[in-house]
Design a protein around this ligand. Structure first.
Ligand code: AMP
Length: 567
């Protein structure tokens, strides 16, 4: 077992990756491998099988994509690598990641998933796709139709294997495994290792190396840790609001890439903050100048990557903001250690997107302390704070400034007209806002729709890793036939017949997985399922659009045409 308990000290260049890949990584602004990458890349590059325990957000896609791309041959035009993913969203994301990483290499990458027209997929398969990323049902169909030929497959990746198990795809996965050459390399990634996944690993993997990232558990008690659930595109807005109401001295903001340091720093500067980016591309002497400016109170916000902030010791840092959640918990501990120094109280704030919630759980476990939730301040909170600050400014101006000439001016104005002193003061306050309005409009900050289910955060044996918020509730309902019923009434549902039954080895999970993927229907909308010997029935909403029904009529389940018809 290879396990890592410290942030990887290696660089991508130390891992023997070829130049075109290093170039893509540099273009993407990646500075260093995440722990799962540092541990997995050398093993997979050697051609060995791997069993990796990692969740979404740890960088696991690059952990298999980079070594696999290193070993594949762009000149061979047949399918060389197959990645199986539980959902179409994940298949698309993984395919996009392969495209990004291989953009200087010239591979053809093809996502194939349910719900998409066969014609297009067939055309692209014929053209000679080299890397196929697909959901199990569709991949099986193409193998059955002879349109996907895996006889020369070099490698296979099972991504989010526990998720595939939960969605009822495990039999399909095994079927596909049996249709690949014995010589292929296999990488199996799973957030948790239920016994069914372990069984697949022992049956099909050849003396695999185990990779699991372990974490240590130390955070200073002088640091208050809070998190907020936000969408990616809300982060800047949320952060700006937090900055307005927090009493901060200096802030270090952590982002994932060099590009993001520049982007976020520019946007904060445009909002009037004294802010600078700090990343691995900044030469040492300039870095020292930036740090010095921060120490001397000439700069208030640094936007940094993990690498750039290593060893940073600035007492003034009152807040660490994890704008992007770190790829590993150890980095989180390092990051927040930049505050709460010299016995002072420190504040750590973390932005979490819905799909990263498992990483939040992992951090809470590693630090052994649940985090407080933090509400993003409302416009009302901000306006109250601005009013208080403004009153304070008036008070100090009265106390400390020479106002004689201004007194005269105001007296003159009062004699010339018929205005109450409050009206004059209000007009002056209005003028004083110049081009930054004192009061923010009451626009509501809408947090992501799907809130955390606190019960789901214990992570006990479930270990799913959501790819997007939409799947959260769907997956909760997907435990191999033990789905919770959705909020549907019998009169709102229609019973459909599926021409695949017990004799074909079908289970409720297969039906749920196929319908959810093919029609992109949330599983809570899938009602009662009955399995008979030669057919099955499933209740679906009467309001289901015709286009969805049509898609399902052409869909396959357990390698057989579903043949959906009204019962
Ligand atoms: P994954 O766990 O594969 O879904 O990756 C999570 C996110 O981290 C994705 O947005 C990746 O683009 C990003 N990422 C992966 N590896 C790195 C790295 N070494 N440095 C910075 N970002 C990364």
């Amino acid at each position: 077992m290879t396990s890592s308990n410290s942030p990887a000290a290696v660089l991508f260049a130390d891992l023997g990756l070829p130049q075109p890949l290093l170039q893509s990584l540099s273009e993407l602004g990646y500075e260093k491998p995440s722990p799962i990458q540092a541990a997995s890349i050398p093993i997979l590059m050697e051609g060995r099988d791997l069993l990796g325990q990692a969740q979404t957000g740890t960088g696991k896609t690059a952990a298999f994509a980079l070594p696999m791309l290193t070993n594949l041959d762009p000149k061979k035009k047949h399918p060389q690598l197959l990645v199986l993913a539980p959902t179409r969203e994940l298949a698309i994301q993984v395919a996009e990641a392969f495209q990004r990483y291989s953009r200087n290499m010239g591979f053809s990458v093809l996502p194939i998933y349910g719900g998409q027209s066969y014609t297009n997929q067939l055309k692209q398969l014929k053209r000679g796709a080299q890397i196929i990323v697909g959901t199990p049902g569709r991949v099986m169909d193409h193998i059955n139709r002879g349109t996907l030929v895996l006889k020369d497959l070099e490698a296979l990746v099972l991504d989010e294997a526990d998720e595939m198990l939960r969605m009822g795809f495990i039999d399909d996965v095994e079927w596909i495994l049996k249709h690949t050459p014995e010589s292929r390399q296999i990488a199996l990634f799973s957030a948790t290792m239920p016994k069914e996944i372990k069984k697949v690993a022992t049956t099909y993997l050849n003396n695999p190396e185990h990779v699991k990232i372990e974490t240590k558990t130390t955070t200073a008690s002088t640091i208050r840790q809070r998190y907020s659930l936000v969408n990616n595109n809300q982060k800047l807005h949320a952060f700006a609001r937090v900055l307005e109401v927090e009493d901060f001295d200096a802030v270090i903001v952590f982002v994932r890439t060099k590009l993001a340091t520049v982007d976020v720093a520019e946007k904060l500067s445009a909002r009037g903050y004294r802010c600078q980016a700090l990343n691995g591309d900044i030469p040492q002497n300039q870095r020292e100048q930036v740090i010095d400016k921060m120490k001397r109170n000439k700069l208030d916000i640094l936007v940094a990557t993990d690498v750039a902030a290593r060893g940073l010791d600035i007492e003034r840092i009152s807040h660490v903001v994890n704008f992007d959640i770190p790829l590993d918990t150890e980095s989180y501990i390092h990051r927040i250690g930049r505050t709460g120094r010299a016995g002072r109280q420190g504040e750590a704030i973390l932005f979490v997107t819905p799909r990263e919630r498992r990483l939040l759980n992992a951090i809470e476990r590693a630090t052994n302390s649940p985090m407080e939730t933090m509400e993003i301040p409302s416009a009302n909170d901000i306006n109250k704070k601005r009013a208080t600050d403004f009153k304070e400014l008036i008070k100090t101006t009265i106390d400390k400034s020479d106002l004689e000439k201004f007194h005269q001016l105001v007296s003159e104005f009062m004699q010339e007209g018929d205005h109450a002193p409050e009206t004059i003061a209000a007009a002056l306050a209005y003028i004083a806002q110049s081009n930054k309005p004192l009061f923010e409009a009451e626009t509501e900050f809408k947090p992501p729709k799907r809130e955390f289910d606190r019960n789901d955060r214990n992570d006990r044996g479930r270990g799913r890793s959501s790819r997007d918020g939409n799947r959260d509730s769907r997956d909760n309902n997907r435990d191999r036939g033990k789905r919770k019923k959705g909020p549907h009434k019998a009169e709102d549902m229609r019973t459909y017949r599926i021409q695949v039954g017990r004799n074909d080895g079908i289970k409720p999970g297969n039906i749920v997985g196929a319908i959810a993927n093919e029609a992109d229907l949330d599983s809570k909308n899938i009602g009662h399922i009955k399995i008979n010997d030669d057919h099955s029935t499933v209740d679906l909403p009467k309001t289901m659009p015709k286009a969805m029904v049509k898609k399902l009529q052409k869909a396959y389940v357990c390698g057989k045409p579903m043949g959906l018809s009204e019962s």
